[in-house]
Write a protein that binds this ligand. Sequence first.
Ligand code: F6P
Length: 343
Amino acid sequence: MARIGVLTGGGDCPGLNAVIRAIVRKGIDHHGHDFVGFRYGWAGVLSAEAVPLTLDSTRGILHRGGTILGSSRTNVYKEADGFERVRASLDTLGVDALIPIGGEDTLGVARRLSEDGLNVVGVPKTIDNDLAGTDFTFGFQTAVQIATDAIDRLHTTAESHNRVMVCEVMGRHAGWIAVHSGIAGGADAILVPERPFDIEEVCNHLRRRHQNGRSFSIVVVSEGATPKDGDLITEHQTTDAFGHVRLGGIAVTLEKEIEQRTGYETRMTILGHVQRGGTPLAYDRVLGSRFGVAAIDAAAEGDFGKMVALRGTQIERVSLDEALAEPKLLDPELYETAAVFFG
Ligand code: F6P
């Protein structure tokens, strides 16, 4: 029997509670472990702020969005005596191993803690789907569905008013959400970080559509898309504890540029955190449950320094090193498929 600490770090994400519930259910019923949940990601580990996670406290949470543990973007290695404080907190609470559920940043801390000798098994979470080593992260499908529903609704106004509608989606420096929701929502142009765009080419494309008899267009833009001859366009100046600039707002610029250059009435919508909120799709509940079960099994076997991952239809274990070597960017073939429908 061991005591395991669970935490959720980074942006909240649909399916987090499914993972927590699965870890605790299998861990108690099958392995006889007991659990503490750290509050607010690595912040709670640093300050030893923890709550017991039991069968009772994890009941009825499967369908709930967000995380019952809370989350934050805390970098242990940016804090004074970060590693020592983590170790002291685990000692005080009698925690033998950690299961952090997070993206590149949260699992980046996990990898360093593992290198520094702690027992860690990671679970890949992010709506951005940009973690290597796994075909999908949980939360992504829900975000794509929310964005697709929004694009469907934007079609209404696009058609009624003969407008260009620009829809900005999240995804950081990867265009997965943009391309998936763009294909599903029938976008006429999709701008992604992996393919810097020329605004005049985008406008030419819209002009051609309109000359060919189309009266409206839908442009999906990823928050991290960049112009060929420029830098990231964001409305914000701030960076987080991992040095990432806060993205969002490229649609504001696109709205102005497209309307000025083409003369077509243009409106933009920034979906923002709507994409992370609300109940997870069945897919993410299932994937989260599978990840949770696989993570506690790995911890029970003492197979640390790993991340559970979806490979094809199977859940496997990959090293944290492999998962974090570089971000998983958009598959160019998928973009070409999306482009078939731009005409
Ligand atoms: O990584 C998930 C994500 O939603 C990104 O798509 C987005 O850029 C970022 O988090 C937003 O972070 P925050 O909630 O801290 O503003």
